[in-house]
Write a protein that binds this ligand. Structure first.
Ligand SMILES: O=C(O)C(=O)C[C@H](O)[C@@H](O)CO
Length: 261
């Protein structure tokens, strides 16, 4: 297997940064920071296939794994992402085992799935320079599905147990909204629900992850066995630090939180 992220996440917790700046130049800055993975967010940042490609190319020179989140589970976009070389996918808003099975099938070549065959002219197979790509591609996919609604939680074990699903990511922001706690991703009820759910995922032999820019929350989930942790967001690092710098000089007594969302 050539997917280092898929191998490493089974051995030790992986730490990453959420990329929402939608830019290859800032992605390369983050790639050199020392994270294990970078999450290229296509759901809540203005990226498209071209900007994802640019970020993948900028990151490729560094020892960090790109994980790409498309805005939906659209099989056409998943095909395109796989063809440009995105091996690690995070698919948002998964709520049923049937949806999970369809997503898995969209990432696999026949007979295991229905991924269109075009890698011979694509970056994924280095334009014909990786003759073994089609034979190894299925095994090198790392597929992470997002559970971020009450409906998804209700079907969690069936989703996690689906063949081809490697991990489950818990989206506390959307889950809290679904639980009637809009804007409260760190609410105790949300944390408790994710704690319980993470245990069920690992009982299925799959890995579990989350995003939080609150250190205490991140350390809580890691202490409870989380396998991958996005511990910050590039856009917020810039926004909060810039705000702190501006206010710091204008109002020396002001203390501005430089992280968090
Ligand atoms: O629901 C969540 O939490 C996530 O899926 C992460 C968010 O989308 C991220 O953009 C922070 O708001």
């Amino acid at each position: 297997m050539k997917n280092s992220f898929k191998q490493k996440v089974a051995q030790a917790p992986q730490f990453g940064l959420w990329l929402a700046l939608a830019d290859h130049y800032s992605a390369e800055i983050s790639a050199g920071a020392g994270f294990d993975f970078l999450l290229l967010d296509g759901e809540h940042s203005p990226i498209d296939l071209r900007t994802i490609l640019g970020q993948l190319q900028a990151i490729a020179a560094y020892d960090v794994a790109p994980v790409v989140r498309p805005p939906t589970d659209d099989p056409v976009l998943i095909k395109q992402l796989l063809d440009i070389g995105a091996n690690n996918l995070l698919i948002p808003m998964v709520e049923t085992a049937e949806q999970a099975r369809t997503i898995v099938a969209s990432t696999r070549y026949p007979p295991l799935g229905f991924r269109g065959v075009g890698s011979g002219i694509a970056r994924a197979a280095r334009w014909g320079n990786d003759p073994e790509y089609m034979q190894t591609a299925n095994d090198n996919i790392c597929l992470i599905l997002q559970i971020e609604s009450v409906a998804g939680l209700a079907n969690l074990e069936a989703i996690a147990a689906t063949d081809g699903v490697d991990g489950i990511f818990f989206g506390a922001v959307d889950l809290s909204a679904s639980m009637g706690l809009l804007g409260q991703p760190n609410h105790p009820d949300v944390i408790e629900a994710i704690d319980t759910a993470m245990g069920k995922v690992q009982a299925c032999g799959k890995f579990a992850g989350f995003l939080s820019a609150d250190d205490a929350i991140s350390r809580h989930f890691l202490a409870n066995g989380a396998n991958f942790a996005a511990v910050g967001v590039d856009a917020l690092l810039l926004s909060n630090a810039a705000r702190a710098l501006a206010h710091g000089f204008k109002q020396p007594d002001t203390v501005i939180e430089t992280r968090g969302y």
